[in-house]
Design a protein around this ligand. Structure first.
Ligand SMILES: *Cc1c(COP(=O)(O)O)cnc(C)c1O
Length: 416
């Protein structure tokens, strides 16, 4: 096992802490706790930071997620493409439509492979390069496959990605176009996941969501880091997060704790809400059912295929975080998801994949339940782009001859 690896000169990484038995281990090649096989996470010495110096260092940093390098467990790889520093935009027209006066969109659909998965992959890639691995691999519901394939292509690594055979065509085609070996598996994501867990033990590949998971998951913190900085070093009052495995949701809470711990933001409540489609809502159902333990969903059926994870790795962790933060959840129907995608596109010019519709529809449901006060800021994570091939076909007008009169006649009603 490699023990002493060079890291970012400024990182204050202490080691990897087990969430089960709390043992602290060195940041070597382990990816689960050697004592109890529990999940392990990087831990930092936040007290060692001077808030002013750290804020300056971040603000002078690159316009990518690597501006937060002191709060990340690996050094930026040379040559990797730019991930992160996506816009946080006010959304007054959507806000008026769903009854949320201070609404913001964190538009993370604008990353190199058009989803937020480029963030965790940037961290996993950096770690894989530190370890000298030559192959990146993953189990994916679609977007992770593209992010892994793109990152591998850019860095001259091999990529092997495993997806359910029912994955959105455009996402499969995209991953293959980047040169990855795309393995379509007959089965649910959870079955793909079990296959990969087995292969991860047998192949010396960097499985981003298994053997590199402690690093991979840290990439998801950077969405909240950016939101806080973009709000003038302040946490939003609410954030609505689409949940698949629960990594993004749980690491949003980690990020808030680190921002507070390092003195970068004031103490203040950040309420964290989960958004899931009703066809696969193990976390939202547990929250809405009194914060009970998660019960796996055996056969997820939803238009939001990127969120179709029936047995989420960070499911119970998500429920606990939501409860502790004073947050809630939404479980929304496919019809609501499709309507919400259309509403988002029409009101704000953001064309999100169904996961974005799940978030917008959840925010609308939460607003109707009175979850947000009028003066509270509400951030919606928009995590994937519909141009990857998930655009719902809207009604189109007739095709016309290249003739002004014909155009005016046939479109008189539509444009009245
Ligand atoms: C993977 C994914 C999520 C959920 O992320 P987890 O960390 O697995 O919970 C949300 N939105 C999109 C578009 C995704 O691809």
């Amino acid at each position: 096992m490699a023990t002493t690896l060079e890291r970012s000169s400024t990182s204050h990484l202490r080691g990897l802490r087990c969430r089960g038995c709390h043992a602290l281990a060195p940041a070597d090649e382990r990816y689960i706790c050697g004592e109890c096989y529990g999940p392990i996470e990087p831990e930092y010495d936040l007290a060692a930071f001077d808030a002013e110096t750290l804020r300056d260092e971040i603000e002078r940093g690159p316009l990518s997620l690597w501006r937060y390098a002191p709060l990340l467990p690996v050094a930026a790889p040379r040559g990797h493409f730019t991930v992160g520093w996506t816009p946080l935009v006010e959304a007054p027209r959507l806000g008026a439509a769903i009854g949320v006066p201070r609404l913001f969109l964190k538009d993370d659909s604008r990353n190199p492979s058009l989803s937020f998965k480029d963030r965790p992959v940037a961290l996993a890639l950096a770690r894989a390069l530190e370890l000298g691995l030559e192959t990146l691999a993953c189990a994916s519901t679609g977007n992770l496959a593209g992010a892994v394939a793109a990152a591998a292509a850019r860095n001259g690594l091999r990529a092997v990605v495993f997806v359910p055979a029912t994955t959105d065509e455009g996402k499969i085609a995209g991953a293959a176009a980047y040169g990855a070996t795309v393995v379509r598996v007959n089965g649910t994501y959870d079955q793909v996941n079990r296959l990969c867990a087995r292969l991860a033990d047998e192949e010396r590949w960097g499985f981003v969501n298994f053997t590199l998971r402690p690093y991979y998951a840290e990439g998801s913190k950077t969405l909240l880091f950016e939101c806080a900085e973009q709000l003038g070093w302040r946490l939003p009052d609410h954030v609505v997060i689409p949940v698949g495995s629960g990594a993004l949701l749980t690491r949003t809470a980690t990020a808030a704790a680190q921002l507070r711990g390092a003195g970068l933001v004031e103490e203040g409540a950040l309420r964290i809400h989960a958004a899931q489609p009703s066809g696969c809502a193990p976390v939202s159902d547990a929250v809405l059912d009194g914060y009970r333990p998660v019960r796996p969903v055996r056969d997820p059926v939803t238009v939001a295929r990127s969120l179709a994870i029936g047995a989420p790795a960070d499911g119970d962790g998500s429920v606990e975080i939501i409860r502790a933060s004073g947050g809630s959840a939404g479980s929304v129907s496919d019809a609501e998801v499709v309507d919400a995608c259309a509403l988002l596109a029409r009101t704000e010019g953001v064309l999100a994949e169904p996961a974005g519709g799940v978030v917008v529809a959840t925010a609308k449901a939460l607003a109707a339940r009175g979850a947000f006060a009028d003066d509270e800021s509400v951030v919606l994570y928009i995590t994937g782009n519909a141009y990857k091939g998930t655009i719902e076909r809207s009604a189109l007008g007739p095709v016309v001859a290249a003739d002004a009169d014909e155009f005016r006649t046939k479109y008189a009603e539509a444009l009245a």
